[in-house]
Design a protein around this ligand. Sequence first.
Ligand SMILES: *Cc1c(COP(=O)(O)O)cnc(C)c1O
Length: 356
Amino acid sequence: MYKKLFIPGPVNVADDVLERLSTPMIGHRTKEASDLQRSIAKKMQKLMYTENTIMLSTSSGSGLMEGAVRSCTRKRAAVFSVGAFGDRWYKMAEANGVPADKFSSEWGKPTTPEMVDEVLSTGKYDLITITHNETSTGIMNPVEGIAEVVKKYPDVVFCLDTVSSMGGTKIEVDKLGVDICITSTQKCLGLPPGLAICSISEKALNAAKEVPNRGYYFDLLNLYNYIQKKDHQYPSTPSLPHMFALDYQLDKILEEGIENRFNRHKEMAEYVRAWANKHFKMFAEEKYASNTLTTVKNTKGISVSDLNKELGKRGFMISNGYGDLKEKTFRIAHMADTTLEEIKELLAIIEEILAL
Ligand SMILES: *Cc1c(COP(=O)(O)O)cnc(C)c1O
């Protein structure tokens, strides 16, 4: 039996979107392929509020995260971490021999503009990575304040992980001055996993030109040069099924209305937060709570794994806590095409199981 997923990726995918994955293949070096990829880029620019070039990668989001830190760090990267995905970005830098330092916040707390200012004012760094929405803790970082600070340092390439928030909340890439903004298909965009998307600025590209060893598959400069020269085609064979589905899903997103979509996410988040506060507690500092998923502190000492088993029998699935937080928290995603009605249904069933 298939379960309705309330986990922070992969998310439920609508049947009509799934059908697009079985579109008959086209040659990846044809005009149709260029048209498809150009069409996706135009729509992604709207969703991301950017005029920067959009690049697709047949990988999950991690591929582009690795590509960004490797391709664009000239001197040293400042990696800000508020949880598991910030930590991952630091491990990527290390694994690629990219000089980097990690600046961690306690789990459940944000990266603050003051922290960023203090670090960048040393002049040691020319690239920073920020997790916009930390999926392990349910924190949404104060990106506007951080962006204001980063603007004081024009040599610094600003990389933003929006894997679990792009398409679910407003992120105005150009206004924020984000140089590389990264997301994946399987979270707020409501598609199956397997494709990553980023926007890239002139500044990031110029930085990459100064980096001699950018790797190969995730060399962002190479990707960029190729899609410029070959009208949106890619150096290697891309996942065309994902592209058919993404192009279609973006039409649906634009039809819903971007603002409506963001409001729906906010409504769901507010509902889940109120529920969490009533029966448990929030794990994230409330002011920075995510609009796309909620991490609930398991103050009642329930067995999260038993809860999920019971939910499974009824056709639902939520997420346990991340890593060490496995039984100490549980996570409810409210992203992509999920509706408030579905959230209410899920929470009512949890109440029934736990006899709350
Ligand atoms: C899921 C996630 C990632 C990893 O993305 P993949 O597409 O699984 O590689 C990175 N950052 C955040 C915040 C995520 O939620």
